[in-house]
Design a protein around this ligand. Structure first.
Ligand code: NOJ
Length: 472
């Protein structure tokens, strides 16, 4: 049987410094996570919320220093939690000294990035072309994301060596492993094969044996836990990726369950009302893949109760009663956090993604007000707001709170043989959000009735009709 690990994701600015995070660990520990995955804490100009790194071995001063990091690792260890760092391998910030030197044609660094004389017709995930002209170098460089995030050239052994050192640097400092950002688009294999895909094509071609070997060399170690993030929501290409990188990664983070329109960062993804039937089928399908995580929120999505217009407890049941070896809870999910009250002015948004959605909608002819309405619904900035700790503490003392419900569910997920081993049989999935399924193990069957619309009570009962858990 696969290892089972519960992961708790923290987007650091939503909590504060590393010391603030350490202070919250005793509370978070009551959910019994095996790992805390920290979104990037490295030095960064923060164009893409930390996913634009300018030094992988320095902590961004907004979070503190190395001493604070050691303290965090220690506190986590005391609660049997390992810290996972977010390794952004695909690209750096354009402020990274490697890029500065590469631009200037420094002989050691000139091939650290993907430079071409002529741009290809690829689109970037944040909108606009994926190649930009760099006047200093006099060539075009690739950026799958924002223009300030140049793609590294993973065919260059020097780049691979750099990351070997980065990984060693952090494992020497006590990290338990890594979540690897954009892990399926690291090598631009299509450049070599001469194929010129537009964005969706990135997800569909095989990583070459060479890339897989690189990943294995970098990441496979019995001592660290690694979870890849293959981007894009396409089931088959993710399975293929997972198969190919079996040795390199222990698990894969499942963006498939977050991308309800099979696209990544796309505005289509956030149109309302959500197609429940499609989303529930997607969740059920993914949940049976033993090496994939099951998440319903992340730092890249709006808050689930707002997005799916559903009660937090029903969403919790969905996540923890389906089979799942690697469920991920996103900070604040456990208190039922909803979308924030975001500004009506796009200039106030820190995130590149919100601005991209706005620009696209305006280009499609939407008025400012229409575009802002959509941005507020779909922005990932919704998920990056400070956690309401006052609410958290209040929920602690309320037996019926969402928080205590999550704690009971994570305990069940950990202990209950039917939930650990049971097969899944889908009985009904309706357009209006009714989801019925069975979990069967040996002589026991659990009947699960979930109603995302909230019209009826959601429950899980055993074959004797006893309620195992219910939202009301
Ligand atoms: C995926 C991350 O989850 C997202 O937040 C980031 O913007 C992109 N990768 C680029 O690193």
């Amino acid at each position: 049987m696969a290892k089972r690990k519960l992961i708790y994701q923290i987007y650091p600015t939503a909590i504060g410094s590393l010391r603030d995070i350490a202070d919250k660990i005793p509370l978070i520990a009551k959910l019994q996570p095996d790992y805390i995955w920290l979104s990037p804490i490295f030095l960064s100009p923060w164009v893409d919320g930390g996913y634009d790194v300018s030094d992988y071995c320095k902590i961004d001063p907004r979070f503190g220093n190395m001493k604070d990091f050691y303290h965090l690792v220690d506190v986590a260890k005391k609660h049997n939690i390992g810290i996972l760092l977010d390794l952004v391998l695909n690209h750096t910030s354009s402020e990274h000294p490697w890029f500065k030197k590469s631009e200037q044609h420094d002989p050691w660094y000139k091939d650290y990035y993907v430079w071409l004389d002529k741009p290809l017709n690829w689109d970037s995930f944040f909108g606009g072309p994926a190649f930009d002209y760099d006047p200093i170098r006099g060539k075009y460089y690739l950026h799958l994301y924002d223009r300030s995030q140049p793609d590294l050239n993973f065919s260059n052994p020097r780049v691979v060596r750099e990351f070997k050192q980065v990984i060693k640097f952090w494992t020497d400092r006590g990290v338990a492993g890594f979540r690897v950002d954009s892990a399926n688009v690291l090598a631009e294999d299509a450049l070599k094969s001469g194929i010129l895909p537009r964005v969706s094509g990135f997800f569909n071609y095989y990583q070459t044996k060479e890339t897989v070997a690189i990943l294995e060399k970098l990441l496979s170690s019995p001592k660290i836990f690694t979870i890849a993030e293959p981007i894009g929501g396409e089931f088959l290409s993710h399975l293929r990726f997972r198969e190919l990188t079996r040795k390199a990664f222990d698990a894969a983070f499942n963006v498939g369950t977050l991308d309800v329109a099979d696209t990544f960062f796309s505005i289509k993804d956030h149109f309302y009302p959500i197609n429940y039937r499609k989303w529930l089928h997607t969740l059920a399908k993914w949940s049976q893949e033993e090496k994939f995580s099951l998440a319903i929120e992340s730092h890249d999505t709006p808050r689930a109760p707002s997005r799916f217009n559903a009660e937090p407890k029903t969403l919790a049941m969905l996540q923890f009663l389906l089979p799942s070896n690697y469920p991920c809870i996103y900070q604040g999910q456990e208190i039922g956090t909803r979308n924030a009250k975001l500004s009506n002015n796009i200039e106030d948004y820190p995130g590149v993604q919100s601005r991209m959605i706005y620009r696209r909608l305006r280009k499609e002819g939407k008025t400012k007000a229409q575009a802002m309405k959509q941005v507020k619904l779909s922005s990932r900035d919704n998920a990056r707001q400070p956690i309401d700790w006052g609410e958290y503490v209040m929920q602690e003392s309320d037996d019926n709170s969402v928080l205590n419900f999550y704690r009971r569910l994570t305990e069940l997920w950990r202990q209950d043989p039917v939930l650990i081993n049971g097969s899944l049989k889908i009985k009904k999935i309706s357009r209006k959000g009714l989801f019925e399924f069975e979990r069967r193990y040996k002589e026991e069957t659990y009947y699960v009735h979930l109603d995302l619309s909230g019209r009826t009570k959601s429950y899980c009962k055993n074959s004797r009709g006893e309620i195992i858990v219910t939202n009301r």
